[in-house]
Ligand binder design. Structure first.
Ligand SMILES: Nc1ncnc2c1ncn2[C@@H]1O[C@H](COP(=O)(O)OP(=O)(O)OP(=O)(O)O)[C@@H](O)[C@H]1O
Length: 288
């Protein structure tokens, strides 16, 4: 039994752009280390401005990008050692992604319930139509939807918020230990954002799933996260308990981000402004 669900050790990623005469090296991620405990599900936010390396780090955790240096271990297994379709499937059982644009995550020509049924069968094998349908319906209920509501509909026939919920339901069908959500609410109508981020808390508390929440939105990160990692120019400049870091930021960049939360674009997100303004120890509580 491993004590760590995820162990990101001194990971770096350098991209090379351009041709022979105009070769440019871009250090997207520079010696980043992050750990998630196996026994204690939590929401870890990775925060930083555009280009700070958040997505590249998330993609390495999802094994979609190979690091240039360092190692990533999931449940003690080195991601670099994963090979073959069985190995990849076993990995995807444990880690599931949620992307920014739910409309890009689904085949527009496939009805949503077909997609979910295929996902269920991929991870659980085919049981019976009744069992598979019940599993899909159960996953949809966990995200506040039902099979009846989405049945017969194509992705474009659902709202962005609904489809992002379906994307989360699809991730749940794998029964993952970790969900990596990269800007999951930035393309969702502002009025629906909190209901989606609140869902992450439910997944943590009721299903024991850890969440890596990648965002440039400090307000929602503050609201739902247990820990935060602040990235700037590929490096981690500050990390720790979300409330402790935001109550007393040590790095000037964290100060700067914190000030930015008071901008009007954040002020109209329900509950978030209140939670940001109320930095008293009781608000908002981590667990129900
Ligand atoms: N495939 C790639 N090839 C070349 N450069 C890349 C590639 N992917 C990312 N980069 C560069 O790496 C740096 C970090 O990008 P990354 O997308 O990880 O940042 P980010 O913090 O997620 O930004 P955003 O919030 O805008 O998504 C940027 O300078 C980006 O241009």
């Amino acid at each position: 039994m491993n004590d760590l669900l995820l162990d990101v050790i001194d990971v770096g990623k350098t991209f090379v752009r351009g041709g022979l005469l105009s070769r440019e090296k871009i250090v997207a991620v520079n010696k980043v280390s992050v750990q998630l405990s196996a026994g204690r599900p939590e929401i870890l936010a990775i925060i930083g401005e555009s280009g700070s390396g958040k997505t590249t780090l998330a993609r390495m955790i999802l094994n979609m990008e190979t690091p240039t240096s360092g190692r990533l271990l999931l449940d003690g297994i080195d991601l670099a050692a994963i090979s073959g379709s069985a190995g990849r499937l076993a990995f995807m059982h444990k880690v599931q992604p949620i992307f920014q644009n739910p409309f890009e995550s689904f085949n527009p020509l496939k009805r949503v319930e077909r997609y979910l049924l295929m996902t269920r069968r991929r991870f659980a094998g085919t049981a019976s139509e009744i069992t598979d349908v019940a599993a899909v319906d159960a996953a949809l209920h966990k995200v506040g939807l039902s099979l009846k509501e989405v049945s017969g509909r194509y992705p474009h026939e659902l709202s962005g918020g609904q489809l992002q919920r379906v994307a989360i339901a699809r991730a749940l069908l794998a029964e993952p230990k970790l969900v990596v959500a990269d800007e999951p609410v930035s393309m969702i109508d502002a009025s629906l954002r909190m209901s989606i981020v609140n869902l992450f808390r439910t997944l943590r508390d009721e299903l024991g799933i850890s969440i890596i929440y990648v965002t440039h939105d400090l307000a929602t990160a503050y609201y739902i996260s247990d820990r935060i990692v602040i990235m700037q120019k590929g490096s981690v400049v500050e990390s720790g308990d979300a409330r402790a870091v935001l109550r007393a930021p040590r790095h000037p960049y964290t100060h700067q981000l914190r000030e930015a939360v008071l901008l009007p674009e954040v002020a109209n997100v329900p509950n978030v402004t209140a939670s940001m303004n109320d930095l008293s120890p009781g608000a908002p509580e981590r667990r129900a």
